[in-house]
Design a protein around this ligand. Structure first.
Ligand code: IPM
Ligand code: MN
Length: 369
């Protein structure tokens, strides 16, 4: 039986609740599939850990992440835990994304069945695109390095040829595997930038054009980031894959989530050549922590993305289908504030029940056929 070593970082705020939910779903799935095992290795990191120890991650934990087959991570950071420069001390973005060279931040934005979109008239199938956010440079390259003077602070954006080539190529490869945009089934990669204003973005677009020539089968599309913000609200069906710089991807992915039922539905994968971290795109929501109020679906979908990366495609698909099914049957209902009315635990139980039911049905069809 295949065994995967997974480092689990539960994180801050609602992190432990939604990660526990995800682990329960993964355990139930591994049991029902019977073809693989997950070895969870628990480590602490983040804002609470920083408050206790003075560092947000230990060298041992980082080494464990390097050795793992994948990392499952809860949201990290607490608003009151800050460095003296005002930035948050609990967040691991620079440590994991840059430290493990996780250059592609893959953020699917997908409207699930019966989920109320903030956009009038949109239903299941209308919104289904992926934001491919460059994850190691751009504006956030300046993280912790802003030049402080007596009159202000200068943070710089860094766009490199190598960094852009690999993220653009990743986006085109992803588009090849997808079914195209909901509007016309056309496989399309949209380059989102501000090349009308900054040279760094002009280089990004130029490299997109160059690499795009290697992909004659994929449509190329261009939008300035401000216009993209409008288009994501007015015509989300036209999008298939979006590729953009780090900071723009951070912002546009939250905008996209808002059109797909909220942040509680959107997972993210941070992928490199050797390592991979799976998480939600939302934060630690301390005000909801410990109250069984958090929507665990984003975290559970992050678990599905992890299985896909590990090569367990069928298992990943089972999770996604189970979530679609329970939403379609209205077994769970997510309120307009983003919280499941029956609670985190009940959503988790419904997902597990659905996975088990599907498994039973597939067994009986094997027996009867
Ligand atoms: C995200 C988050 C992080 C980011 C924060 C917590 C550092 O907003 O993953 O989108 O800025 O990338
Ligand atoms: Mn963000």
């Amino acid at each position: 039986m295949k065994t995967y070593d997974i480092v689990v970082l539960k994180g801050d705020g609602i992190g432990p609740e939604i990660i526990d939910a995800t682990l329960q779903v993964l355990e139930a799935l591994a049991k029902s599939m019977g073809t693989f095992q997950l070895n969870f290795r628990f480590h602490s990191a983040g804002a609470r850990y920083y408050r206790q120890t003075g560092v947000n991650i230990s060298p041992e934990t980082f080494a464990a992440c390097q050795a793992a087959d994948a990392i499952l991570k809860g949201p990290m950071g607490l608003p009151e835990v800050r460095y003296s420069d005002g930035t948050e001390a609990g967040i691991l973005g620079g440590v994991l994304r840059q430290g493990l060279d996780l250059y592609a931040n893959v953020r699917p934005v997908r409207l699930f069945p019966e989920v109320i979109s903030a956009l009038a008239g949109k239903t299941f199938g209308d919104i289904n695109y992926v934001i491919v956010r460059e994850n190691t440079e751009g504006v956030y390259f300046s993280r912790g390095q802003g030049e402080v003077t007596s009159t202000g602070v200068k943070d710089v954006i860094s766009i490199t040829r190598a960094g852009t080539e690999r993220i653009v190529r990743f986006a085109f490869e992803l588009a090849r595997k997808r079914q195209g945009a909901p509007r016309d089934n056309s496989k399309r990669v949209t380059c989102v930038d501000k090349s009308n204003v900054l040279r760094s973005f002009a280089l990004f677009r130029q490299i997109f054009q160059e690499i795009g020539e290697e992909y004659p089968d994929i449509e190329k599309d261009y939008l300035y980031a401000d216009a993209a913000a409008q288009a994501l609200v007015l015509w989300p069906e036209r999008f298939d894959v979006i590729v953009c710089e780090n900071f723009l991807g951070d912002i546009l992915s939250d905008l996209g989530a808002a059109t797909a039922g909220g942040l509680g539905f959107c997972p993210g994968a941070n992928l490199g050549v050797k390592h991979a971290v799976f998480e939600t795109i939302h934060g630690s929501a301390p005000s909801l922590a410990g109250r069984d109020k958090a929507n665990p679906i984003a975290a559970i979908l992050a678990g599905a993305m992890m299985l896909e990366r590990l090569g367990e495609r069928e298992s990943a698909q089972r999770i996604v289908t189970a979530i679609e099914d329970i939403l379609r049957k209205k077994k769970v209902w997510i309120d307009s504030d983003g919280c499941p009315i029956e609670g985190t635990k009940s959503v988790t139980e419904e997902v597990i029940r659905q996975i088990e039911e599907t498994e039973k049905r597939s067994q009986s069809s094997v027996v009867s056929s």
